[in-house]
Design a protein. Structure first.
Length: 396
């Protein structure tokens, strides 16, 4: 008994030393950074053990929505109908691999798959032709959109997949002035204080729309610079020119993320810019990143650090395969990490990002990336390079 007690005391002592040593290193790094005037930025290491393998020979398709709920459960939405001939062989009973997983997947903090559902129409709702974006609100409801050519609606479910509400409808054409439907929604985000859902609307329409979270009533909408959207003028903007300041969203309007201090950060993806608004749509400022990027653009999704001030802004750049870290007050880019590829810590079409209560970062990839990754938060460290490369574990 005494020996066990001594072992326990010894183990506790060693663990305490490790914690103190880590804290001391962080203090030393902070002091060194302050001494040389280097800014601090969050650092991460990829966790190659997350998530655990899916059961039932399930395969994850193009992953186009991500959220972390209040219990640090990770929710994704993917497209199970985009498997190629090899990947979908089990579905067609032609080989042992693979079967389509349901589109909504929930993972525990240890990476275990929990709930899984969705993918078909039901009484009162139409499943999107191409589901896109996922948000879990503070009342434990899930919101999803869709960017299929006919998708003009968003859906609200309970965490168990019970239908709550459909806002909008299928089979509509783009109309950024519409008060009763959307067009090819990219993403939604619930704002608790006002009980509103901010809709990045999106691929067809070129606006941010705001609805009441209980009734679905359209409350307001706006285009670039807070002006009324104009679909004809937006279409006439033509091919992207990095020297041009576009007066309308070129789109897709790919995100509308709301900060604690109630600013709305909008991804105008193919214009390579972030536009920032007050909740009522009043324009505040805009920031460009990688302005010479063409095709898919450089601003795919936005999330915030988990400190009370949300000091840091994270931007997913799925064109250049980087995670960009900004100081949110100045909107100065501090550093980046990641690179293109399929190995842990790399990305192939980085699409969505989210953080948990511990500051860990999660990412999903579309096209042929088709996966979920976790990056463990390792504290603040001095910025020594704008391009950090792959966030590989250091073993410390």
């Amino acid at each position: 008994m005494t020996r066990r007690r001594n072992l326990l005391i010894g183990a506790t002592f060693v663990a305490t030393l490790v914690v103190l040593g880590t804290a001391q290193r962080l203090l030393e790094q902070t002091a060194a950074a302050q001494a040389i005037g280097a800014p601090l930025a969050p650092t991460f290491e990829v966790d190659p053990t997350f998530p655990k393998p899916l059961p039932n020979n399930w395969y994850q398709g193009q992953s186009i929505g991500l959220w972390v709920d209040s219990d640090d459960h990770v929710w994704i939405v993917h497209r199970p109908d985009v498997l190629d001939d090899t990947e979908g062989a089990l579905d067609r009973k032609t080989a042992e691999c693979c079967a389509s997983a349901p589109p909504i997947l929930e993972f525990a903090p240890d990476g275990t798959l929990l709930r899984h559902w969705g993918g078909s129409d039901g009484p009162g709702w139409e499943w999107p032709d191409s589901n896109h974006g996922l948000n879990v609100d503070s009342k434990n409801n899930i919101w999803i959109g869709g960017n299929g050519s006919a998708d003009g609606h968003i859906l609200k479910f309970t965490l168990d997949g019970q239908f709550v509400m459909q806002v909008g409808r299928k089979g509509v054409t783009p109309d950024s002035l519409s008060g009763d439907h959307f067009s090819r929604v990219a993403e939604t985000e619930f704002h608790e204080r006002t009980n509103e859902v901010f809709v990045a609307d999106g691929y067809g329409n070129k606006r941010v729309a705001v609805i009441d979270a209980d009734t679905g009533e359209m409350k307001r909408f706006w285009g670039a610079y807070g002006n009324p959207p104009d679909d004809a003028a937006a279409a006439a903007q033509g091919e992207y020119d990095p020297a041009t300041v576009y007066q309308h969203f070129r789109g897709p309007v790919h995100c509308a993320a709301v900060s604690y201090d109630e600013l709305v950060y909008v991804c105008d993806r193919m214009s390579n810019r972030i536009q920032i608004f007050n909740l009522d749509g009043t324009f505040v400022r805009e920031i460009y990143t990688q302005r010479d990027s063409r095709a898919d653009g450089s601003v795919w999704d936005i999330t915030f650090s988990r400190d009370p001030q949300q000091q840091y802004l994270y931007v997913a750049d799925g064109r250049n395969q980087k995670l960009r870290i900004f100081d949110r007050a100045s909107m100065t880019q501090l550093t980046t990490f990641g690179k293109g590829g399929h190995y842990p810590g790399e990305w192939y079409s980085l699409h969505n990002i989210a953080t948990d209560s511990k500051g860990n970062l999660y990412t999903v990839e579309t096209y042929q990336g088709r996966r979920l990754q976790r990056f463990l938060y390792k504290g603040l460290q001095p910025v020594t390079s704008m391009q950090q490369g792959v966030a590989w574990p250091t073993g410390q």
